[in-house]
Design a protein around this ligand. Structure first.
Ligand code: TRP
Length: 365
């Protein structure tokens, strides 16, 4: 069986380093591994509209921004089909048929939907009166639409963050239900999670559980070097590490979580002078040695932050440069998306034809 990847992002803002370590970096590795027959990366604008119906400009503006983030991070349109969800109208059609295979009760139990309804303040009041906005039906059904995204391309592998696990489970259920009710047309996908705990959910610079635009605690792939340095300087560390000589805590210390996500041994050769100071100097070979010293005491937050800033710049510098280069020609970026969307549409149309045949609604063939 062909090995096929499908994944995507909602275009509601520029991508940040949480997206990068949580998914984008992995996608580029998978793309370059040569282990997959086809790779599809989707800008999920239709899904973004399910809770941004009144803000189409935001979604529209972020199509090119997200595409630039993709290209800058190393996705290559020659190897990966990058496309826009709404252009592939077959996905909407598939969603409509899949809706018959999912119950309202099952959707209500989807933990991600539940959490998001709460977070967005969609839920109705106790007495059922409509004093809050309520949940848009389209939003409530987005797990079904996501199953359409995945199955239209017969994806075997979906690299996403941990929060998407319930979506993949829901997709697998729909596939089983479809295949047993009609004919074995659809493929059950596997989720591919980040392998490093720090990357599963990178905290915000304020130490909050999640990096998110609304919390204002993000480092964006498009941030300039000075902005990144300033954000690192303002980061939360260990509140108990008041004096440099105090023993410090590594667990739950955001600076160390970021180092877990970004630091490689080679960085100690490159940026070892961050640990050379007027009062004390250290020579570390790897992150474990830094952690041991921090726990023991004597290692100041400033040194570690300077080192983290250098480590981040080592990754983000080249990404930023590539981004600026691609940003010079937005029409070329849009043309790349148009071509990718045409390609994606062909594949989705083929699956839709098979689906309609299995459902016996191919009357005019
Ligand atoms: N729900 C995903 C997110 O919020 C985006 C997405 C839409 C997606 N369709 C998908 C991810 C299909 C993987 C597969 O990031």
């Amino acid at each position: 069986m062909a090995k096929i990847i499908l994944t995507g992002d909602r275009p509601t803002g520029r991508l940040h380093i949480g997206h990068y370590v949580g998914s984008l970096r992995r996608r580029v590795e998978l793309q370059n591994s040569g282990l997959f027959d086809r790779i599809f990366v989707m800008i999920a604008d239709a899904q973004a509209l399910t809770d941004n119906a009144d803000n189409p400009d935001k979604v529209r503006q972020n199509i090119a921004e997200v595409a630039l983030d993709y290209l800058a991070a190393g996705l290559d349109p020659a190897k990966t089909t990058i496309f826009v969800q709404s252009f592939v109208s077959e996905l909407t059609e598939l969603s409509f048929y899949y809706m018959n295979l999912v119950t309202v009760q099952r959707l209500q139990r989807n933990p991600t939907v539940k959490a998001e309804i709460k977070m967005r303040g969609f839920s109705e009041s106790e007495d059922g009166s409509d004093n809050k906005a309520g949940t848009p039906v389209g939003f409530f059904c987005y797990p079904i639409s996501q199953a359409a995204d995945i199955t239209a391309f017969k994806a075997t592998t979906v690299p996403v963050g941990e929060d998407q696990e319930p979506m993949i489970e829901q997709t697998r259920e729909i596939v089983r239900k479809f295949n047993s009710t009609y004919a074995p047309v659809l493929v059950e996908p596997d989720i591919l999670l980040p392998d490093n705990a720090a990357c599963l959910r990178l905290p915000g610079t304020d130490g909050k559980a999640k990096m998110s635009k609304s919390l204002g605690n993000c480092i964006y792939l498009a941030d300039d070097a000075q902005t990144v340095r300033d954000k690192v300087k303002g980061m939360f560390t260990d509140p108990l590490h008041l004096q440099v000589s105090d023993p410090g805590h590594v667990e739950g210390n955001t600076v160390f979580t970021y180092l877990d996500a970004f630091c490689k041994d080679e960085h100690f050769g490159k940026f070892g002078d961050c640990f050379v100071g007027r009062k004390s100097s250290f020579s570390f070979k790897n992150l474990d040695e830094v952690k041991a010293q921090y726990r023991e005491g004597g290692l100041g937050d400033m040194m570690i932050k300077n080192f983290l800033a250098a480590v981040l710049e080592d990754t983000l510098g080249p990404i930023r440069e590539r981004r600026a280069e691609f940003a010079k020609d937005i029409p070329a970026v849009m043309e790349m998306l148009r071509k990718g969307s045409l390609e994606a549409r062909e594949v989705a149309a083929q699956t839709l034809a098979e689906v309609k045949q299995a459902m016996k609604i191919n009357y005019f063939e």
